[in-house]
Design a protein around this ligand. Structure first.
Ligand SMILES: [Cu+2]
Length: 253
């Protein structure tokens, strides 16, 4: 449903801007006599960062070690986030920003959250994946990135929630792995327990994804027994559980 509004908004914005410009031009002289309009509230930004247990996120270097002791490297990382919820405290209302946001490790991954009220927050939650209403073939706009995230119709349709791919060393040989996550049952409800305070101005919320958490807690994921997760509800269930604590959130003034 929400996606239906987007093209409309884009289509009408130039008209609105043009109308406002015409209005402003026509009234310019009069405006000078009056107090200026209140400045538009500054927008907050969501900025994604990736790392592996404190090590920098780099493609194509087999340098990381997962919980099972397997040495691996990353070649591909894409996922969706949705339903960011900031838990307000001390009179600050909860803030729910539905998204969704498409994240690619190759991109800058900075997203406009709109204006957010100043106040204290006890933490936040976010979904790794798409809500059921959007997890249906054709529910997202037909951009190349969305089409490439499609979940095959014979397997239920919708979209991949995450594609996390690379190589790990198996008996010294680089061996491919593909951690693909999808299906409504595997939508990940991530919890970030870090409290933070928003100034209500140009706030930046940094959401950091530690990729080693995909392979850790509560399940130690063994790539030698499951290097392709797609098509296995059991393997995807492990990834879903593990990813619930994979993100941390930090306010950067
Ligand atoms: Cu897949």
């Amino acid at each position: 449903m929400a996606y239906m509004k987007l093209p409309q908004r884009i289509a009408f914005r130039p008209v609105v801007v043009a109308a406002m410009a015409a209005f402003a031009a026509g009234c310019a002289k009069e405006d000078r006599q009056m107090p200026g309009p209140a400045p538009a509230p500054a927008h907050a930004v969501l900025a994604l960062e990736h790392q592996v247990d404190g090590q920098d996120f780099r493609y194509d270097t087999v340098q990381y070690t997962n919980e099972a002791g397997q040495v691996y490297g990353i070649t591909h990382l894409e996922y969706y986030l949705s339903q960011l919820t900031l838990a307000g405290a001390a009179g600050t209302p909860d803030q729910v920003i539905p998204g969704p946001w498409y994240v690619n490790g190759m991109n800058a991954n900075r997203f406009d959250l709109g204006p957010l009220p100043a106040g204290t927050y006890t933490g936040a939650t976010v979904q790794l994946g798409l809500p059921p209403a959007l997890n249906q073939t054709g529910a997202l706009p037909g951009t190349l990135e969305n089409l490439l995230m499609a979940w095959p119709a014979p397997m239920g349709g919708g979209y991949h929630f995450m594609k996390f791919e690379g190589h790990f060393l198996l008996n010294g040989q680089p061996t491919g792995f593909a951690m693909h996550l999808g299906r409504d049952e595997n939508l990940v409800h991530c919890t970030m327990q870090q409290p933070f305070t928003l100034a209500g101005a140009k706030d930046t919320l940094v959401l950091r994804f530690n990729l080693n958490e995909v392979f850790r807690s509560p399940h130690t994921y063994d790539l030698t027994t499951g290097n392709q997760s797609m098509g296995s509800m059991a393997l995807m269930g492990l990834l879903r559980d593990n990813c619930a604590d994979a993100f941390t959130l930090e306010h950067r003034p």
